[in-house]
Design a protein around this ligand. Sequence first.
Ligand code: PLP
Length: 476
Amino acid sequence: MRRTSNHSQQRLLREEVLSLHSRLFSHRKNARTAFFVEICAQRADGSLHMNDEYSIETKCVQSGWKPKNGESRVLPIFQSTTFKYETSDEMGKLFDLEKNGYFYTRLQNPTNDMVAAKICELEGGVAAMLTSSGQAANYYAMFNICEAGDHVVISSTVYGGTFNLLTVTMKKMGIACTIVDPDSDEETLHKAFQENTKCVLAESIANPALVVLDFEKFARVAHAHNVPLIVDNTFATPINCRPFMFGVDIVTHSTTKYMDGHAMAVGGAIVDSGNFDWAKYGEKFHGLTKPDESYHGITYTEKFGKKAYITKATVQLMRDLGSIQSPMNAFLLNIGLETLHLRVPRHCENALKVASWLEHNDKVAWVNYPGLQSNKYYELAQKYMPNGTCGVISFGLKGGRDICVSFMDHLKLAAIVTHVADARTCVLHPASHTHRQMNDEQLKEAGVQPDLIRFSVGIENADDIIADIEQALAHI
Ligand SMILES: Cc1ncc(COP(=O)(O)O)c(C=O)c1O
């Protein structure tokens, strides 16, 4: 009986999510245009935008660059650091943010903006920007609204690099953080907040713990403290999950992963939902709501409305810190995005086959994949990403850490690389590699067991991947 009621509950939730998906992404009438397409000087009429009636698959292929008569069919690479103007006055107006247009690629470049516009449409946001890496995206997303003396709440299961960013570098900058277990109840989560808390950061599917975030729980708690929820959606991708539907305010990506998908270009992206009301909490977010003297007293929320957050990150943070994605990398990223909707389901299908096979193998101690019905996060995954989770699975072998390392050395098809979410199957031992700096206690909090093998299932034939695992297991 219990199984039946869970099953029908899941079905209802799935239907609810699917209907929300189609309402938001297939029938949206009010076009939400991406700021950086709007400010493309040559195309201020917004003619680059996809019709919002299109499905996500069509947006993967066609959003962003929309050539006019006689123009290049393929997104051009604006391989230029700078842009020419007829008069000095015209360029001066750009520096005052009085006029739209490009002037220097450290702040903006048309190739990047077309790709940012595509990612913006895929996530269903109002504005987006590309960064040089996923690290830069997460840093900018927080630093855009934080300064020395402020505080951030983060999930304990965030990627090791994000953990270091907060606990080492941002700490040195005077920005403190409290680390919370994402499975905590709301009462416990509330206790992590302080007067100076400016945002909450978590991952939709944590790398490598594969914890599925309860978006609505986190959004409720963050909003009760008048701060935005920032979610790194790298693993789920907008193909499987669109966090803005569940109360998330800002989404970040390491585009290096599935979005590129071919291990060609390091990059990142930030997308704003436009839903967080910065002006309502003006004192808290004074960087957005009070005049910026470095732009003759412009107030971002007044001048740019819902696009204030991304505008500030571009014209202030990019201006001062750099970290823009190279136009060449943005071009490569766009090629990856054109097949994202084809690759992600295949990754998920293969990962489920591999995880199910591992689950029934005697040499395997445990398997973690949120797509498995036996998994702790299966129901949350069904609720928030009913079409699939990601292609990454983790598992441990009987015999512990050394056996796991030896198994990895015997793999032939799956390559040992510091990478994940690639079309080619790859493998990594986080305790020896990405999470090497963490002590045992921190590893435990991050959901990383010492014997954890992170296995990123590619889009090859699943039987070949399984055969590779089988022959490597035979050696141990
Ligand atoms: C979830 C997640 N966020 C952010 C990053 C950092 O991205 P990048 O390597 O592009 O700087 C990674 C890298 O693995 C990641 O997995």
